[in-house]
Design a protein around this ligand. Structure first.
Ligand code: ATP
Length: 217
């Protein structure tokens, strides 16, 4: 069975952390490719003020020329809330010969019990977790800690299987979209944080906004 990587996120905006993780994810598991899927209307946080299509455009620009990475616009084009469960189920129907290997950060893993049908979601593919500064895998809420203990397997292409979870062996990357928005709001140079700094800055979309409080989960 072929394995395809799925990396969903708000990407508000996309940064080097996302791109570096996607590359390590693809190489570690010998994935056929990684589809980046920007969220349309996230159910568990206020809608980002920057439009879904704009966020998707920056993702497209940021991954241009990076082999294996592609943009999947299904969520930004969907009307109504976007649940990861629905997206993975849809992908499974479209790609019946593929195992879906989906990536989230450790901060998202801690919130997983708030996601729609989260336990059924874990059975739809193989989940890979990226460690993140400030998010401790030893201090997860008990329901998800139990699932992690039950389902954990070593990160390797041979260990890929429905319902299992692996931790991505990658360095800790401190960059976040929150930091990026804060710097953009202050008019600072962000070219060290994202490959699409020029396009984002030219849009003026974050300049002068109170970026820090608006977006957190
Ligand atoms: P924000 O700061 O607005 O919360 P973010 O930087 O977490 O944004 P998202 O688009 O929400 O970016 O992230 C998409 C996915 O990538 C999430 O599962 C998140 O945990 C993960 N992720 C983002 N940045 C990192 C990072 N530096 N290290 C590990 N995981 C990350």
């Amino acid at each position: 069975m072929q394995a395809i990587g799925i990396f969903g996120g708000t990407f508000d905006p996309i940064h080097y952390g996302h791109i570096t993780l996607a590359g390590i994810f693809m190489d570690t598991f010998k994935l056929e490719g990684v589809r980046l899927i920007p969220t349309g209307l996230p159910p568990h946080r206020p809608p980002p003020p920057v439009s879904p299509l704009q966020r998707a455009d920056w993702v497209r620009l940021a991954i241009a020329g990076r082999p294996g990475l592609s943009l999947d616009e299904r969520e930004v084009r969907r009307n109504g809330y976007c649940y990861t469960f629905d997206t993975l189920q849809e992908l499974q129907q479209e790609l019946p010969d593929h195992l879906l290997v989906w990536l989230i950060g450790a901060d998202s893993l801690a919130n997983l019990p708030q996601w729609h049908r989260w336990q059924a979601l874990l059975d739809l593919g193989h989940l890979v977790v990226a460690c993140r500064p400030g998010s401790d895998l030893d201090a997860l809420p008990p329901p998800i800690a139990r699932e992690l203990q039950k389902r954990l397997v070593i990160a390797s292409p041979d260990g890929l299987s429905h319902g299992k979870i692996s931790v991505l062996p990658a360095p800790l990357l401190s960059v976040s979209s929150t930091e990026l928005r804060q710097r953009l709001a202050r008019g600072e140079d962000v070219s060290a944080l994202t490959p699409v700094a020029a396009a984002i800055t030219a849009s003026g979309l974050y300049l002068g906004t109170s970026a820090s409080g608006l977006y957190k989960d």
